[in-house]
Design a protein around this ligand. Structure first.
Ligand code: HEC
Ligand code: HEC
Length: 300
């Protein structure tokens, strides 16, 4: 705060406290002319309401005087009176730094442990899992959902269903988070509406959902084009992030309409890289949280 503003604030504080104190003491001394009936003589509502003259009760003075004392003591001890830092030297910045230091002292041992601890023991460590979940919610929930169950609109996969695009080992997950991922599924508009629809029925049949038999049979005939990435058995290819089409895990949805859009237009799921934003230990505790919850939700 510049000196000018500081003086302005000081002036306002002195003026405010001064005026309030003046009113406070003047109010106890001033005598109000009183009529014989004990009122001030002011009447309202055709004489129904008459203004009485009463002294302020004593109980009211006690807290009021305390408030004056507290506010002046506060201005002496803490910042508030212009640029005056207060005799305690308290600052909000200093308090924040102390809180951060206390927090770091609690976190440091856990995060150091996380650098070397095995994923198996990390995923059974409640403190590490708690931090992992928090980090997940702060960084990943926007796309993968609060609890990691995915988002079909952008094709962010469910991370806890045991299915995986790029591999579900701890190392695969760490790599997905560190370096990001980008699966590219080309669009097949050129095949035309009929064939795209038949392929959609075939894929529904592959994943055990109701499909039109003749359409699915026809779709199977041109699945060869797709097998290059999804594999002849349609079980996917982890090197490309091409999903397994035979399970019921789904990135973009499994209805005929959703499948047709996927096949017709193609999809490019994009997972950003986190190596510059999260430390190694942070990536490891998030991975442990994913693995710990995956095991729990898959009932393994
Ligand atoms: C901008 C949205 C977005 C954010 C933020 C994001 N992800 Fe992803 N993530 C995706 C998408 C989309 C994919 C699928 C990539 C693909 O289709 O190739 C993905 C894929 C993954 C995979 C690979 C899954 C598999 O099946 O192989 C993992 C693991 C993962 N994300 C974890 C995380 C973690 C942990 C975070 C937070 C640190 C995070 N993601 C933040 C969008 C996001
Ligand atoms: C060049 C490799 C490649 C080819 C060829 C390919 N795909 Fe894909 N496909 C992918 C990848 C990679 C993804 C994941 C896209 C993403 O991560 O956003 C995908 C996703 C899909 C999905 C979405 C699955 C889900 O869970 O929502 C369907 C359906 C699909 N492909 C069907 C097909 C069909 C049908 C063909 C043949 C006409 C085909 N793909 C050909 C690579 C390929």
């Amino acid at each position: 705060m510049s000196t000018g503003w500081s003086l302005w604030v000081m002036g306002l504080v002195v003026l405010n406290i001064g005026i309030t104190l003046f009113l406070f003491f003047w109010g106890t001394r001033v005598s109000i002319p009183t009529e014989k009936d004990g009122t001030s003589g002011h009447i309202w509502a055709h004489g129904v309401l008459r203004e009485g003259v009463r002294k302020v009760p004593v109980w009211w003075y006690v807290p009021s005087v305390c408030v004056f004392i507290i506010s002046i003591t506060y201005l002496v001890l803490y910042p508030g009176f212009g640029n005056n830092p207060g005799t305690l030297g308290w600052t909000s910045q200093g308090e924040l730094e102390r809180d951060i230091a206390v927090n770091d002292a609690l976190l440091d041992p856990i995060m150091q442990r996380a650098e070397t601890q095995s994923f198996k023991s990390l995923s059974q460590d409640p403190q590490a899992l708690h931090i992992g979940h928090r980090l997940f919610q702060d960084n990943c929930a926007a796309c993968h959902g609060r609890d990691g169950l995915g988002n079909k609109v952008i094709g962010a996969p469910n991370l806890l269903d045991g299915a995986s695009l790029f591999g579900g080992s701890a190392e695969d997950i760490v790599k997905s988070i560190r370096d990001g991922r980008n699966g590219v599924m080309p669009g097949w508009e050129a095949l035309g509406y009929g064939k795209v629809k038949n392929l959609a029925h075939y894929i529904r049949r592959l994943s055990g959902e109701s499909a039109d038999g003749p359409s699915a049979n026809a779709g199977e005939n041109y699945f060869g084009t797709c097998a290059a990435c999804h594999g002849a058995d349609a079980k996917g290819n982890k090197a490309l992030g091409a999903p397994n089409l035979t399970d019921n895990a789904s990135l973009y949805g499994n209805s005929i309409e959703e499948l047709m859009t996927t096949i017709d237009k193609g999809r490019q799921g994009y997972m950003p890289a986190w190596k510059d934003r999260l430390s190694n230990a942070e990536i490891r505790v998030i991975t442990a949280w994913i693995l710990g919850n995956e095991t729990a939700s898959a009932g393994k």
